[in-house]
Write a protein that binds this ligand. Structure first.
Ligand code: SF4
Length: 170
């Protein structure tokens, strides 16, 4: 026991060192938060809606909140309810089972509201096109303001899309 204790006290950490912060991402996120402040007078709140995705898009979206991207330091927040959201970030083809839930989520989001279809599936069902389970792309169910292409879109592409949305005329 004592041997293990001494070994653990004097061994170096087994974890990898933290990566260097990405200056381009930090600049993009700061720009986005500034645009949201101009547009809304506060930080941006995002509600993510998985309408039937394979979860590849979710992995990239979740990465925005990890220790590397850490978008909360710029004021961007993912919220648990559409009632607190400015933006609905929708992924996946809309399945028949999720169609009504997506419509109700859209109705529950207070105006002004924006909808982003994130990923190729959200645009036109992508690799799931023709599936018996799919209703169609997001725009076939609710109005879409912006599409971010990619399978899946990278965190940087998601940030650029959000920035384009905040700076475009409605
Ligand atoms: S766009 Fe690609 S990663 Fe995203 S839900 Fe479709 S298949 Fe999955």
């Amino acid at each position: 026991m004592r041997k293990i204790l001494f070994k653990s006290l004097f061994s170096p950490p087994l974890t990898e060192p933290a990566p260097e912060p990405d200056a381009d991402i930090a600049e993009l996120a700061a720009e986005l938060n500034a645009a949201a402040q101009v547009r809304l007078g506060r930080s941006l709140s995002i509600r993510e809606v998985d309408a039937g995705s394979c979860n590849g898009c979710e992995l990239e979206i979740h990465a925005l909140g990890n220790a590397f991207y850490d978008l909360e330091r710029f004021g961007l927040r993912f919220v648990a309810s559409p009632r607190h959201a400015d933006v609905l970030l929708v992924t996946g083809p809309v399945t028949h089972n999720m169609r009504e839930a997506l419509e109700r989520t859209y109705d529950a989001t207070p105006a002004p509201k924006w909808v982003i279809a994130a990923g190729d599936c959200a645009h036109d069902c992508g690799i799931f096109a023709g599936s018996y389970a799919c209703s169609g792309g997001v725009s076939s169910v609710i109005p879409v303001d912006l599409h971010i292409p990619g399978c899946p879109p990278t965190p940087a592409a998601l940030l650029k899309g959000l920035l384009a949305l905040m700076t475009k005329e409605k």
